[in-house]
Design a protein around this ligand. Structure first.
Ligand code: TXA
Ligand code: MG
Length: 315
C-alpha cells in the first residue's frame, strides 16, 4: 500500500497547497459538500493525473471551482438565469453548466472536450481562501476512486490515495455531506437539473421557476453511470424488513434502537450529512448487504435517494 499523503491544517496549509497546485500536483481540498481532488484546471497534465489517479472515464467532465462570480464569468457565459442562481446560491453547493468562454483558462481535457463548463464557488472558508490565493480555476472531482463513496473528511481522502496526492488540506468534516446540485443554463433550453444535490429542487424553483430534468442520453452528471457512489457492500433501498445477511441503516424515529441511523429525527439535511460516513462505517465493519429504510423523496431526500439508487444498481 502506498504511503498516505500528509494532512495539513486548513489555516496554515493553504500556501503549501497553492504551491502544489502551481507545480502541477494534486491536492485534497475541503468543500462544504464533499472533499475534492484538486488540480490547476489550466494545466492539462495535472488534470490528466486526476483522471488517472481516480480511474475516471475521461469522458466525464470536471467542475471548475472558482473563488467568485467574476472568476466564474471569466470561464463561462452565464446568462441572466444563471447569474440569478449564482447570486442566490454562491458561495454554495450549486454547480452551473454553461457555455464555455473562448478565453477560459480551464483546459479542454477538464471539460472532456465539451462546449460547456461546470462552475462552482464553494462555501467553505478554507476553500475560499485557497481559491483566491491560487487565483485561477481549480478542477476537482470528489476525492474518491471512480464509482466509490465520496469522502467527507480529510482522513477519507488520505486513505483513498497514496502519494499521488501532494497534501490533503484539512477543513474539518463536510457540512452538507452530499455533492452539489448541478443545473444547466444553456441557450434555447430550459434550466435543467442534471444532478440533484445539496440544494433541493424546491429551493431552486423558488428562485428560478420550474426546472426541467436532464435529457435522457445527454451528458449529464454521474447520473450517466448507473452504478455509482457505491460502497463495497450490496445495497437495498426502501427496506421495511431485514434478513440475517443484511445490516439495517435506519432513517427516522421508527428505526430500531441501537442501529446506525441517518437521522433519528427524520431530517433529510442531517441524513445527507451522515450518508457517506455511515455507509463507509458499515462497509468497514464488513456488512454484506446494507438495507436502507425508506427515505421520503422530499427536499434533500431526492438527492439521497438518487445516490442510493445508483449504489444499489447491478455492478
Ligand atoms: O459537490 C461537488 O460537486 C463536488 C465538490 C468537490 O465540489 N464535486 C463533484 O465532482 O461531485 P464530480 O466530478 O465527482 O461530479 C461532478 C459531475 C461530473 O460527474 C460531471 O458529469 C458533471 O459534474 N459535469 C461537470 N461538467 C459538466 C458539463 N460541462 N456538462 C455536464 N455535466 C458536467
Ligand atoms: Mg464524484
Amino acid at each position: 500500500m502506498a504511503k498516505a499523503p500528509p494532512i495539513v491544517p486548513g489555516d496554515t496549509g493553504i500556501a503549501q497547497a497553492v504551491d502544489s497546485l502551481r507545480t502541477g500536483k494534486l491536492v485534497g481540498m475541503p468543500t462544504e459538500t464533499v472533499y475534492g481532488l484538486a488540480a490547476d484546471a489550466s494545466n492539462p497534465e495535472a488534470v490528466a493525473r486526476i483522471f488517472a489517479v481516480k480511474g475516471r472515464p475521461s469522458f466525464n467532465p470536471l467542475i471548475s471551482h472558482v473563488g467568485s462570480l467574476d472568476m466564474a464569468v471569466a470561464e463561462g457565459v452565464l446568462d441572466e438565469r444563471a447569474v440569478q442562481l449564482a447570486k442566490r446560491f454562491w458561495p454554495g453547493p450549486l454547480t452551473l453548466v454553461v457555455p464555455v468562454r473562448d478565453s477560459a483558462r480551464t483546459c479542454e481535457l477538464a471539460r472532456a472536450g465539451l462546449g460547456t463548463i461546470g462552475l462552482r464557488v464553494p462555501r467553505h472558508s478554507v476553500t475560499h481562501a485557497l481559491l483566491n490565493a491560487f487565483g485561477g480555476p481549480v478542477s476537482a472531482p470528489s476525492a474518491n476512486l471512480s464509482g466509490q463513496l465520496s469522502p467527507t473528511c480529510a482522513e477519507d481522502v488520505a486513505r483513498e490515495f497514496g502519494e499521488e496526492v501532494a497534501t490533503v488540506v484539512d477543513g474539518g468534516p463536510c457540512r452538507a455531506g452530499i455533492e452539489s446540485t448541478i443545473v444547466s443554463s444553456l441557450p434555447d433550453d430550459e434550466l435543467r437539473l442534471l444532478r440533484p444535490g445539496a440544494i433541493s429542487r424546491s429551493q431552486l424553483e423558488l428562485i428560478a421557476g420550474p426546472v426541467g430534468d436532464a435529457q435522457p442520453g445527454s451528458i449529464s452528471a454521474p447520473g450517466q453511470l448507473s452504478s455509482h457512489y457505491a460502497p463495497n457492500a450490496r445495497l437495498r433501498m426502501d427496506a421495511t424488513d431485514v434478513s440475517d445477511s443484511e445490516v439495517l441503516l435506519g432513517f427516522g424515529p421508527d428505526a430500531p434502537e441501537g442501529i446506525a441511523n441517518l437521522s433519528a429525527r427524520g431530517d433529510p439535511v442531517e441524513a445527507a450529512a451522515n450518508l457517506y460516513r455511515l455507509l463507509r462505517e458499515l462497509d468497514a465493519n464488513g456488512a454484506e448487504t446494507i438495507a436502507v429504510m425508506p427515505i421520503p423523496d422530499i427536499g434533500l431526500g431526492e438527492a439521497i435517494n438518487d445516490r442510493l439508487r445508483r449504489a444499489s444498481a447491478p455492478r
